[in-house]
Each structure stands twice: as C-alpha cells, then as structure tokens.
Ligand binder design. Structure first.
Ligand code: MRU
Length: 346
C-alpha cells in the first residue's frame, strides 16, 4: 500500500499493538511491524526499525502502555512493570526525547492504561503541531538570512522527516515548507553512512513529494558547500545541551564546519523536547557507540581486512558556536550570536 508523506505515521497505536513502519526495509519494502511487548519494542528501537529522536520518543511513550498491558497479561508486579519501562527508556542513550517522553507518560501510570494511552496520544499530537510551527518559523528565518531572489538550495544530513518524528518532520519539515511556498530549488541529501538514512529514507520522502534532490556521499558535503552550491544547511538534533552544543547523526559537525567557513547559515531544527537544560555542554552527552559490523561490512559482506577494528559512533556533537540558528516550535534562537537555549526555553 502506498502512503502519502502527509499521512505517513512512523508510529501508530492500533488498539492493542504499536504499528511501526520498518525503516530497515525502506525504500524497497513498506513493511509494518506490530509490536506487542517490551522485548519487541526495545529490539525495534535498537535495530532502528523506528528511529529519529521524536519518533523514538513517541514509541517510548506508547511503550509505557505496552508494558502495562503486558504486565496485566503476565501478572507482573508494579516493580516489574517499572523495571520494564526503564528498559524502554534506556534502549538508546543519545536522543533525550526518549527519556523525556517516557517520563512524561509514566506520571500517569497510577491512573491506568487509558490515561497512559491518552498521554501518549498527546505526545504524538503535540510533536506534529511543533513540527508544523517549526517548519514555518525555520522557512521565514532562512528566507530572511539568505536573502536571494531565487528559490533556495538546501543541504541536509540524516533523515528528519515524517519517518523520524510523529509526522511532517523537523529539518525536513522546514524543507517541505519552503517547497510548499515554491521557494525551494533543490535539496542535497547526504547519504549518511553507515546506515544510509539520507539515501534510503530522506530521498524516499523527497521522492514521494516530488521535491528535486541529489543524494551525495557524506564526503562530498564540504566540497559542495565550499563551491557555493548550497545556500544553507538544515539538520535535526538528538540532544541539545544548555550551551547550544548539539548532538546529531555522525557527520553533522563536518557540515557545520564547512558552513562556518563558507559563511552560510547552519540551522538546527528540533522541538523543545530535544533541548536538555540539565546537560550543561556537549561533553556530557552520551554518544551511542554501535556495532563494528556496520562500518566493516557492506550488505553483510566484509569490506575491511579481517584484522581491522571498527569505530562507529552513531552521533557527533556540533559546538554551539557553529549553530547559526536553532528553530523550535517557539521560533528561532541565534545560538552562535549568544541567544542560548537556556535564555529562551526555560
Ligand atoms: O540513528 P538515528 O537514525 O536515530 O539518528 C537520527 C538523527 O540523528 C536525526 O537527525 C535526529 O534524531 C533528528 S530526527 C527529527
């Protein structure tokens, strides 16, 4: 069944299960995975069946309901239910949305499963609303900053669209808004090694909407920017520290450095649920290290010599000084100019 991007729901509650679009199978297969227990959800988050900070936040929110329902079926104690919820909360360490959304829904635990589900539905709805607002604020800001009288050429990294969120997208939401206004010329989508979220997922979403785009190797990004082929870069975030340091998919900091050198805007688009004021700076952000096989193999076939070790951080940290703008649902903060999140988001 083909789904329009506007209707795309990476995460959907069906009444007794969590339906996830299996993002490991895209773009070739649109498969839905129905998750009914905590083990299944933890596995789906860790294998990136569901991925992207806001989407795993929404999945975690429904995970609280899954744990309650499984607990009822299997006669768990309250202590066991809470321990299983803690496993969901810890399934991946970098995106703060997972912890924030689980904690928000856990507050309703004592009120029963209907209250828990209602809170999870609210998490999902609010994320979509935030993304729409972010898209409009981000597009307005870019058009002012870039100030050319032609449509914009935007570079992005990883996937931040409907697949990575509850719907619409963060950075890709800004890009979709520019397209909807007829003010987007082309998107340069970094392929995003090693799991190809850009080539497989961003390109798929752009293609579905008829948005002109190139997929380029991550290593091409700096050259494309320095050659003047790009007006601005727009990316998402997994966790933003109080000083504006931003963790996002590995490779993002290189894009930010090239933008700084070229003197073009580097815009981070993220809901306030991604801002972690309790984390003072990027040094304190836990960066997920993933398995070596993801960088030592290609399609299950070993590409590196047998003696090589793999180094596979899933994210990197862009210092706040390189973040020209941070767009949230409330508007844009010029982080590198000293408008720190703590000043305006508390
Ligand atoms: O490992 P992933 O695919 O979950 O990483 C996702 C990213 O880094 C995204 O850029 C980020 O979560 C923002 S998604 C709106």
């Amino acid at each position: 069944m083909s789904q329009q991007p506007q209707e795309l729901r990476a995460v959907e509650w069906t009444g007794d299960a969590l339906a996830l679009i299996d993002q490991t199978a895209l773009p070739h297969h649109t498969r839905i995975l129905h998750v009914r227990d905590v083990d299944g959800l933890v596995d789906a988050i860790q294998r990136l069946v569901v991925r992207g900070a806001p989407a795993i936040g929404a999945a975690g929110a429904y995970g609280v309901a899954l744990a309650l329902l499984q607990g009822r079926r299997e006669g768990w104690s309250e202590t066991r239910v809470r321990a299983e919820i803690a496993r969901v909360r810890a399934a991946r360490p970098t995106a703060v949305n997972l912890m924030v959304c689980v904690d928000r829904v856990v507050e309703r635990l004592a009120d029963g499963v209907d209250a828990v589900l209602a809170e999870a539905v609210a998490v999902q709805r609010e994320d979509i609303e935030a993304n729409r607002a972010m898209g409009a604020h981000g597009a307005d800001w870019l058009l002012k900053k870039v100030a050319v009288d032609r449509p914009l050429r935007i570079l992005t990294h990883c996937n931040t669209g409907a697949l990575a969120t509850a719907g619409w997208g963060t950075a890709l939401g800004v890009i979709r808004e520019l397209h909807a206004r007829g003010l987007l010329e082309v998107v340069y989508a970094d392929e995003t090694r090693p799991l190809l979220q850009g080539a497989r997922l961003t390109a798929w979403e752009l293609d579905q909407e008829g948005i002109p785009h190139y997929v380029q190797a991550d290593g091409a990004a700096a050259g494309t920017i320095l050659r003047g082929d790009v007006d601005a870069a727009v990316v998402g975030a997994d966790r933003i520290a109080a000083n504006g340091d931003t963790a996002n998919k590995v490779g993002t900091v290189g894009v930010a450095l090239a933008c700084a050198d070229a003197g073009i805007p580097f815009l981070v688009a993220a809901p306030t649920s991604t801002v972690d004021l309790a984390t003072p700076s990027g040094d304190a952000i836990h960066i997920e290290m993933r398995g070596e096989a993801e960088v030592l193999e290609w399609g299950g076939v070993r590409t590196a010599p047998a003696g090589s070790r793999g180094h596979n951080p899933a994210f990197d940290v862009t210092p706040g000084r390189l973040v020209t703008g941070l767009v949230t649902e409330h508007g844009v903060l010029e982080v590198s100019a000293g408008e720190l999140p703590a000043d305006r988001l508390a």
